[in-house]
Design a protein around this ligand. Structure first.
Ligand code: NAD
Length: 355
């Protein structure tokens, strides 16, 4: 890959690579944009087939973090770390501490947390070598499990969409079909069930299905979820599930869920728009986790503040719906605009400050 060319294409500020033969660590940190503050994003550990694949993931994910934090109104930029390796076989305390030393070399331009392949416990090893960590367990003074606020934010986003579609934000009696019933989905479902919505779910894990049933959620087969008659389809497992093949099968008025990168390609957002299906942009409504983690930066973590900020996803979603309506553009494009406008306006202020 021509790295500088790719960085210019995506708008990245910095990409750093690190190799530590003693521990076997090979990793990349991509800093996309620090206009709003230090870059922040989780560390992903994955057995990438090649360095190019790892670099492409770091570039894509760090750019998405810039948009997520900007749209959420956070003073954070976008960054992401990737470690090349199998988390089940290659992860050792020494490797994680070496990663911590690497993060530390950036002097706070990048704040790390957990992502696919890394856990809160791993973060404790990273934290031995650097203070530039967020999302530590509450017993260590951190903000803890991100999925609780992520679930709340998705629920708030669903309500804003409901107000737009049905003129009333109550989800009572509405049917929500959830693809995946892991941490985020189950927290979202708690709010939905409390409001007497009907929840239908699928998962590929027996434990997740058992949990769904125990909460009174109806369970369907993994592939049947797309054809399920519902008001809201909620992707809460994988990315890329909204695509040319699945859009034809959806029988809902709203797509709103927690999974990252739900649209296989940007054009899928336009297709949903043309078909009159309201799409709640994923990075906008699943921002509760980063909002929660950001609440511990520079001040003691306060769960009430974090909750209040997460609840604002309702207004942000409503603003995106209003822009989409006014400008006759998709909600996906309207959410991008929201983030881009905030970045542009803060860049202007910085320009003035620097004279
Ligand atoms: P999780 O691992 O707890 O849950 C994911 C669930 O999806 C698992 O139960 C898994 O068995 C299931 N699943 C996997 N493949 C499936 C398939 N083909 N069909 C049906 N179910 C399938 O993860 P999570 O933390 O709940 O995250 C869910 C999604 O939300 C991910 O895309 C994640 O990136 C995104 N997200 C999570 C957070 C957070 O705070 N945890 C924040 C933002 C975005």
């Amino acid at each position: 890959m021509n790295v500088l060319h790719k960085m210019a294409e995506y708008g990245h500020e910095q990409v750093t690579m690190y190799s530590d033969p003693d521990t076997g660590l090979r990793g990349i940190i991509a800093i996309h944009d620090t206009t709003l503050g230090p870059s922040c994003g989780g560390t992903r550990m994955w057995p990438y087939a090649s360095e190019d694949e790892a670099l492409a993931d770091a570039l894509r994910l760090s750019q998405a973090m810039t948009y997520k934090s900007a749209a959420a109104g956070l003073n954070l930029g976008g960054g992401k770390g990737v470690i090349i390796g199998d988390p089940r076989a290659d992860k050792t305390e020494a490797l994680l501490r070496a990663w911590g030393r690497f993060v530390d070399t950036l002097g706070g331009r990048y704040l790390t947390t957990t992502d696919v392949g890394t856990t809160g416990r791993d973060l404790e090893s990273v934290h031995q070598e650097t203070d530039h960590v967020v999302g530590l367990d509450v017993t260590l003074g951190g903000s803890g499990d991100t999925s609780i606020m992520t679930g709340l934010g998705i629920y708030m986003g669903m309500k804003a969409c409901a107000a737009h579609v049905w003129g009333d934000d109550s989800l009572r009696g509405k049917t929500v079909a959830m693809q995946g019933f892991g941490k985020v989905a189950s927290h979202t479902a708690e709010h939905l069930l409390e409001e007497d919505a009907r929840v239908i779910a699928t998962d590929i894990s027996q434990a997740a299905l058992d949990k769904a049933r125990s909460m009174g959620v109806k369970v369907v087969g993994a592939d049947d979820i797309y054809d399920t008659d519902c008001d809201i389809f909620a992707p809460c497992a994988l990315g890329g599930v909204i695509n040319a093949e699945t859009i034809d099968r959806l029988r809902c008025r709203i797509v709103a869920g927690g999974a990252n990168n739900q649209l296989a390609v940007p054009e899928d957002g336009e297709t949903l728009h043309r078909r009159g299906i309201i799409y709640a942009p994923d990075f906008l409504i699943n921002a509760g986790g980063i909002i929660n983690a950001a609440a511990e930066i520079g001040q003691p973590y306060n769960p009430d503040r974090s909750r209040q900020q997460t609840e604002r996803i309702y207004e942000q979603m409503a603003a995106v719906l209003a822009t989409s309506h006014k400008k006759e553009i998709s909600t996906a494009r309207a959410a991008d605009l929201l983030a881009e406008q905030r970045l542009a306006s803060v860049r202007q202020v910085r320009h003035v400050w620097r004279g």
